[in-house]
Design a protein around this ligand. Structure first.
Ligand SMILES: NC(=O)c1ccc[n+]([C@@H]2O[C@H](COP(=O)([O-])OP(=O)(O)OC[C@H]3O[C@@H](n4cnc5c(N)ncnc54)[C@H](O)[C@@H]3O)[C@@H](O)[C@H]2O)c1
Length: 381
């Protein structure tokens, strides 16, 4: 039995690989296996909930998305240093971006949200992420430094007493977790950097409609999900080498109404996108840096599950998007690696849609009204 066949999650669609698997060199076979396993690992939760044909398409996309090891035009980030804020497990976009940047040769350091740090480090040390840490060349994704961080605080003096005295925060207080402190620690530990990734968001009232959202909840969403990017550019901008680059993650709810994505999160994403344009101008002039944002389609990450209807959004995207396949985190990782690389040297101030094209639709093909009309027309014919 081939290594690929051993995957229990993708057992059915793996037959797609078999006809060519015998012809693969062992190096390439290893590469495909790693790609597949990482995709399996990062998508395990939502795949079970999808129809079989979705899983087939997902499997096909996973097989073709990794260009590592090939010849020709390549994303080369050798010698580049990246700081990524917003990784606390191996399920979200931040992890996938870290992995793609490492595949391209970059050194990765992380800023991990203080309340999530202990469980992340414990899981990491116990090998829970080992499968998804595997890179296509057989090495493992490593982090040069892992910093405690809370992106809602700019300076140590902003941290309220109750937070400072909280058990989890107290342990991180000595090193410091406010954005300014983290930037200073990064500067001391690794010097200048080339890449900033903001892959974090938080909206305590995300389940509430905007009409019922409190001022406090709305401002908390803006603080954690949009101003945090401004703060990161303020404090990490001076650390950027010339031709540095920053990327963050947004969602289509900024532009179109997505009922259920509430609590001011849609507003926060709109601000993030607007700020991207202004920051691109200012950081471009000040640091010769590029600033972009990726508008990602739905992914069953930990943060997305908290919203409560992510599986429906994934199914909706499949049924109504131009490309009928599930989106997986690796695709966003690859797009980010491109955007953060010299290959994208003229791209700044831009929203890049990585959503199987769903943003371009103005009509839901799976609307019951359309389905009824089609059925009526078919019966009449
Ligand atoms: N999952 C989706 O469907 C989807 C779609 C489009 C955009 N996005 C965006 O992608 C980004 C990453 O989210 P994800 O879905 O990969 O989930 P995720 O859970 O992997 O990432 C969110 C991260 O934010 C961190 N975080 C929360 N508050 C923080 C704070 N105050 N300081 C520092 N870190 C903090 C969490 O610890 C977590 O690691 C977010 O901006 C999210 O809005 C997600």
């Amino acid at each position: 039995m081939s290594l690929l066949q051993k995957s229990s999650v993708l057992r059915a669609p793996l037959s797609k690989f078999e006809p060519c698997s015998d012809r693969l060199s062992s190096k390439l076979r290893t590469s495909v296996r790693h790609t597949c396993e990482s995709a399996v690992s990062s998508r395990r939760c939502t795949l079970r909930t999808l129809p079989l044909r979705t899983r087939r398409n997902f499997s096909a996309s996973a097989s073709s998305s990794n260009g590592a090891g090939g010849t020709g035009l390549r994303i080369d980030l050798t010698g580049k240093k990246a700081f990524i804020a917003g990784v606390a497990d191996d399920q979200g976009f931040g992890w996938a971006i870290a992995k793609a940047l490492a595949e391209a040769g970059a050194e990765i350091s992380l800023g991990v949200w203080v309340p999530a740090l202990s469980i992340f480090e414990t899981s990491y040390k116990r090998g829970k992420f080992d499968k998804s840490r595997q890179l296509s060349n057989g090495s493992m994704l490593e982090f040069v430094h892992i910093y405690p961080m809370d992106a809602v605080f700019d300076r140590a003096s902003d941290v309220p007493e109750d937070v400072r005295n909280n058990k989890r925060y107290a342990a991180a207080a000595e090193k410091g977790f406010a954005v300014e402190e983290v930037a200073r620690n990064v500067k001391n530990d690794i010097g200048n950097i080339d890449i900033i990734v903001h892959s974090l968001a938080n909206g305590p009232e995300v389940k509430k409609p905007l009409l019922e959202t409190s001022r406090q909840g709305y401002l908390a969403a803006m603080s954690a999900s949009s101003y945090s990017y401004v703060s990161m550019l303020q404090h990490f901008g001076p650390l950027l080498n010339p031709n540095g680059s920053a990327v963050s993650l947004t969602y289509i709810a900024s532009e179109r109404t997505i009922p259920g994505y509430g609590g001011g999160m849609s507003s926060a994403k709109a601000a993030l996108e607007s700020d991207t344009r202004v920051l691109a101008y200012e950081a471009g002039r000040k640091y010769q840096a590029r600033v972009n944002v990726i508008s990602a389609g739905p992914l069953g990450s930990r943060a997305a599950k908290a919203i409560g209807f992510i599986d429906d959004m994934i199914k909706y995207s499949y049924e109504n998007g131009p490309i009928q396949k599930e989106l997986h985190a690796e695709e966003i990782g690859n797009a980010a690696a491109f955007l953060l690389s010299p290959l994208a040297s003229s791209i700044t101030g831009t929203i890049i849609y990585c959503d199987n094209g769903l943003h371009s639709m103005g009509l839901a093909p799976d609307s019951q009204i359309l389905i009824n009309s089609r059925e009526t027309a078919a019966q009449a014919a």
